[in-house]
Design a protein around this ligand. Structure first.
Ligand code: A2P
Length: 337
């Protein structure tokens, strides 16, 4: 079977990282096409030694590819992913459009990748929210050992999670603010430079949480265990790449910290980094540009033996988006060889 791939949103923040992977990893692909909006149609993007012309999604023929990676937002996914599937193309979608749909698998290969092995294709497969992927990679070994009951998590999310326009906004606002000039706000309603935006997104939902906060609960329950109780407080912070999370976990059985660290260290894609004289792991020094999920500052709870506290840090464009999708694609390709 041929393996032809379309990258929808290939000109965006996540799409660019996906292309970077294709330039550095050998995937068994016969052809790659890049798709975006009219705005970018005709632009040339280099992958390996070939120059690929960006195609307009409106005229793109999804029956010409076997797989499509979508990272162009929910509206684009809603309109084009079902059409693509009908035309025989398996879609890996990075938006939140289908994540809560019972008929659409939501996959982190290290956690529930076995679902892919018995999945009839073509299908739509959802890639989880970036903050959820790194959290669940850290929670899975703990859940396997002690069964996680409850998680309280605070996120410190970088602007690249919002997209390329937000990266540019942080750069421009920082420059203007330091020059004591007027700061313009387009992507976020409040200034992001030198600031912290509670909720990470707007609007709030009826229960007072933002969708970003509720995604942690909805998606973790769908992927890991529907009995897990998760409460989140998300924030957007002036960091370009890499999300940080302060995580407080309560388990059914008491935690043995040495055993837990050893299990985490042997878990695929997870790295425990403890440092006394530096602030590692952190987004800038450790996560940015790295595929791993980093765990640090692991502390036994001061009061309860069935609780543990730690930080989880990862490049949100990698394990949180492009890398996870790439791993899904690799697993699908190996199954249909
Ligand atoms: P374009 O470059 O043509 O605007 P980001 O997440 O960094 O904001 O990137 C969004 C990606 O989704 C870009 O590649 C963008 O393409 C693409 N995109 C946005 N809106 C549409 C649309 N209506 N149709 C197709 N692609 C879209």
């Amino acid at each position: 079977m041929s393996h032809k791939l379309a990258i929808v949103g290939g000109t965006g923040a996540v799409g660019r990282v996906f292309i970077d992977y294709l330039n550095n990893h050998k995937l068994d692909l016969d052809e790659i096409k890049i798709v975006a909006s009219k705005r970018s149609a005709g632009k040339i993007i280099k992958i390996e030694n070939s120059e690929i012309k960006v195609e307009d999604i409106e005229s793109f023929n999804f029956s010409s590819v076997d797989f499509a990676f979508f990272s162009a937002g929910s509206e684009v996914a809603k309109k084009y992913a079902p059409k693509a599937k009908k035309l025989g193309c398996t879609v890996i979608d990075n938006s939140s459009c289908f994540r809560r749909d019972d008929n659409v698998p939501l996959i982190i290969p290290e956690v529930n990748g076995e679902i892919l092995d018995k999945l009839p294709l073509p299908e739509i497969i959802s890639n989880p929210n970036c903050s959820v992927s790194q959290l669940l990679i850290a929670l899975k070994p703990i859940h396997d050992l002690y069964k996680v009951k409850r998680v309280d998590v605070a996120t410190y999310q970088s602007v690249s999670g919002t997209g390329q326009d937000a990266i540019e906004e942080l750069k421009l606002q920082s420059k203007k603010f330091l020059e004591q000039k007027k700061v313009e706000k387009k992507v976020y309603k409040s200034q992001i430079a030198f600031n912290v935006l509670p909720g990470a997104v707007r609007p709030k939902l009826d229960n007072g949480y933002t969708e970003e906060e509720m995604k942690m609960t909805w998606e973790a329950q769908k992927i890991l265990d529907d009995s897990i109780k998760i409460s989140s407080s998300c924030a957007r912070v002036p960091v370009f790449y890499g999300h940080s999370e302060a995580v407080h976990v309560e388990t059914e059985k008491d935690v043995n910290i040495e055993e837990m660290i050893s299990k985490m260290n042997s878990f695929s894609g997870l790295k425990v980094v403890e440092s006394n004289d530096s602030f590692n792991p952190n987004p800038l020094d450790d996560a940015e540009g790295d595929d791993a999920v980093f765990v640090g500052s692991i502390r036994e709870d001061l009061w309860q033996k069935n609780r543990v506290n730690f930080w989880v840090i990862s490049d949100n464009l990698r394990k949180g988006a492009a890398l996870n999708s790439m791993q899904i694609l690799e697993r699908l390709i190996s199954k249909i060889k």
